[in-house]
Design a protein around this ligand. Structure first.
Ligand SMILES: [Zn+2]
Length: 445
């Protein structure tokens, strides 16, 4: 039946508007893999999913394509990024006390107008590897939001706030961020989060204020927590308890909290995290570079949901969440996590639905289900991925960013035949390199 349809892999023009894709191998993220499946997209939503013949019969009005040869997965959710830190690429490795001695001094040279071009490199890398949503946490984050918007991507962005450390200690950034939230200037694909920097850099009164604001405005709270030995020691000395216990005491741990890294947690901390309902943000490559791997086995044993992120170019030079998923699967196996908790479906959930839930968008994103936003990645099956007996295993262990052919956000192709549709790569590169040069000049490099 689908043989008469134009083939998506031969399409020259970017398809626009409502759409029907037939013949897909579909890994919806919820429920079993579907072969020869079709998806109908209307007004940016997934309006029908099911067997190709059936869905096509009900949607004769839609512009239809034969998408045989593609595996569809939900758009990946990179739960924790600092996309504008591309200018650190390659420089962070081998630095001691990286955050305090290296990040903060360099970040003092950032000015708002540099943020949008600085974010292009990491966002483009993320898009090429299938990420549609970015949970970004940074200074002058409105510039990052602009870059996310221009590429047609989705973002939950939070201005990094700290009053006891960081690049810009004080309340100025927080006060500006509250004004930005009140007159939100971005599209519906962008939403705000409240983003305390970490337990050692935010005072109890400010952390309570941020947690109360997030709660009263129904916004996600996205923070680094227990991310280094230094942070743990400073909080123990200052507050007499661990960073996790401190965050709980300040009301910062709820089911709308994404607590990232948790590298230095102890067993009592794991009980606190489990009963609070937080999502653990896990960035394995970054954690190994700047401290050590967080206890993913402990999270899973305590039933704490895990969402994956790539962090930033200083500690994880690539924004490739597919690669991070593979790394997580291997490290979880090495740490003795039972197969039932680290099978392909569970790892895919860490790169999709768990991140969406952690960022407060679980009802709308993270799986291919009718009614959800049409955020979807089409991976091209090829000589490197056949046979296709277990597509969900292949996605994890055979597919790579080279197979990411098309990416849709809200039903719009933002990557088509591996090219961004809304911005030119050469323009992004020129603007990015100019911004990097400006920073390097300020740093005297
Ligand atoms: Zn981070």
């Amino acid at each position: 039946m689908t043989a008469k349809l134009p083939r998506l892999d031969a399409a020259k023009k970017v398809p626009k508007g409502d759409l029907l894709l037939c013949g897909l191998t579909m890994i919806p993220g919820v429920g079993p893999v579907q072969r020869n499946a079709a998806v109908a997209i209307k007004s940016g939503r997934l309006s029908a999913i099911g067997p190709s013949a059936e869905v096509r019969a009900r949607h004769q009005d839609l512009s239809a394509f034969d998408a045989h040869g593609y595996t569809a997965i939900p758009g990946l959710v990179n739960a924790h990024t600092h996309a504008a830190m591309g200018f650190f690429r390659g420089l962070g490795h081998g630095q001691d006390e990286m955050i305090e001695s290296f990040f903060f001094p360099a970040e003092k040279s950032l000015t708002p107008e540099l943020l949008e071009p600085l974010a292009y490199s990491y966002l483009y890398g993320g898009l090429l590897s299938g990420s549609t949503t970015f949970g970004d946490h940074y200074y002058h984050v409105a510039g990052v939001a602009k870059a996310i918007d221009r590429l047609g991507l989705r973002g939950v962005v939070g201005e990094t706030v700290a009053d006891l450390g960081g690049a810009f200690p004080g309340r100025k950034g927080w006060e500006e961020w509250q004004r930005t939230i009140e007159r939100w200037p971005f599209s519906s694909r962008l939403s705000p989060s409240i983003a305390p920097h970490a337990a050692d850099t935010v005072s109890p009164s400010l952390l309570r204020e941020l947690a109360t604001f997030a709660h009263s405005h129904h916004l996600p709270l996205h923070l680094h927590l227990s991310q280094s030995s230094g942070e743990r020691l400073r909080v123990l000395k200052r507050e007499g308890c661990t960073p996790v216990a401190y965050a709980e005491r300040c009301g910062a741990l709820t089911s709308k909290t994404l607590a990232v890294h948790l590298v230095t947690v102890d067993s009592d901390d794991l009980y606190i995290l489990a009963r609070s309902g937080v999502t653990a943000g896990h960035c394995p490559a970054s954690q190994i570079v700047y401290e050590r791997l967080s206890p993913i086995d402990g999270f899973l044993k305590h039933g704490i949901p895990v969402a994956l992120g790539t962090d930033c170019a200083a500690s994880n030079d690539s924004a490739d969440l597919l690669a991070e998923m593979r790394l997580t699967a291997l490290l979880a196996a090495d740490r003795g996590v039972p197969l039932a908790q680290r099978g392909p479906a569970e790892i895919l959930r860490m790169g999709t639905l768990n991140g969406a839930v952690g960022l407060g968008l679980g009802d709308d994103l993270g799986s291919l289900e009718e009614g959800k936003a049409a955020d979807m990645v089409l991976l091209a099956n090829d000589l490197t991925t056949e046979p296709d007996e277990r597509p969900e295993v292949n996605v994890l262990f055979s597919h790579a960013s080279r197979n990411v052919r098309h990416v849709l956000v809200d039903g719009r192709f933002v990557l088509f035949h591996s090219q961004p549709t809304l911005m030119s790569v050469s323009d992004m590169r020129a603007a990015y390199l100019e911004a990097v040069s400006a920073i390097y000049r300020r740093l005297g490099r």
